[in-house]
Write a new protein. Structure first.
Length: 319
């Protein structure tokens, strides 16, 4: 009887807990397989110091002279002279001399000398000396010395020395030295040295040194030598303004004179006339000083004193 009951008693031992399955240790490493904590599929590292290290998970601090590889998630701080690689998600701070690469999500701060790559969502601050590449649903501040590339539904502030490219929609401010491209809709501001391109609709403002293009409709303002949109509502200011279908707002064209055209009118530039031709064909065509008075007249007609200041300053009378 006693012997028969022994096997049944041994099966009542407590189940193995998650903590038991994932031992936590310290990893002092010279190379991948020369460390105090061999790489496995269950362990977790709380402190890592070494030349080059590879570990399953990092929940703590990892500092390596050359590089650090985390097969799964990293929660904490990871610093290396060359590259940090995380197969899963990163939550915390990453600093690398060359690159930070995260296979899944990023939440926190990532600073790299050349390249920062996040496979999926990125939230926080990402800085790289050359290029940042992030997946969908990027939000935060992204700063790249040359280029920032993001997938769907980006938001925040993107700053690049050369170009910002958002695959689909973007909400926020995107500024670059050369070019900003949003594949679909924009809600915010685009500022570039050369051109801004929004594939579909825009609500906000585009400012560039050469041209602004909106593939669909825009509500807001375009400021550049050349402005183009399918349709719009707001303001276009430049040397050449174009819309394909309809426009509700004002066009301001700069030449030897400032020309203003209300939506729905056929306008032309003052410098298309010779001196003997009448300017009456252009709906609101006036000289620089007269234009300003006419433009502000409707706005400040309830404040005669302020209007008198403007009139005195420009030396002309309201028309």
């Amino acid at each position: 009887m006693v012997a028969g009951t022994l096997p049944a008693q041994t099966t009542d031992s407590p189940p193995t807990t998650k903590k038991d399955r994932e031992p936590v240790g310290i990893n002092l490493s010279l190379w991948k397989n020369m460390s105090t904590q061999p790489t496995d599929t269950v362990g977790s590292t709380c402190l890592n110091l070494g030349l080059f290290s590879s570990m399953n998970r990092l929940n703590g601090v990892g500092i390596n002279l050359l590089g650090g590889v985390v097969l799964r998630d990293m929660n904490g701080v990871q610093i290396t002279g060359l590259a940090n690689l995380v197969g899963g998600s990163m939550r915390g701070v990453q600093i690398a001399g060359i690159s930070n690469v995260n296979g899944n999500n990023l939440s926190g701060v990532s600073i790299s000398g050349l390249v920062g790559i996040t496979g999926n969502h990125a939230q926080g601050v990402i800085f790289s000396g050359l290029t940042n590449i992030t997946g969908d649903n990027t939000s935060g501040v992204i700063i790249g010395g040359l280029l920032n590339i993001s997938g769907e539904n980006s938001s925040g502030v993107h700053l690049a020395g050369l170009a910002n490219i958002a695959g689909e929609s973007f909400n926020g401010i995107t500024t670059s030295g050369l070019l900003n491209i949003v594949g679909q809709s924009l809600r915010g501001i685009q500022i570039s040295g050369l051109g801004n391109i929004t594939g579909e609709n825009m609500h906000g403002m585009q400012i560039s040194g050469l041209g602004n293009v909106v593939g669909g409709s825009f509500t807001g303002a375009q400021l550049a030598p050349m402005n183009m949109a399918k349709s719009g509502k707001g303001l276009q200011i430049g040397l050449f303004n174009y819309y394909k279908e309809n426009f509700d707002g004002f066009h301001v064209v700069f030449g030897r004179h400032i020309d203003v055209a209300r939506a729905g009118t056929d306008y032309h530039q003052a410098h298309d006339h010779d001196g003997s031709q009448s300017q009456a064909k252009s709906p609101l065509q006036v000289s620089h000083s007269g234009f300003l008075l006419k433009f502000f007249r409707g706005v400040f007609q309830q404040n005669p004193r302020f209007f008198e200041v403007l009139r005195t300053f420009w030396g002309t009378s309201p028309v």
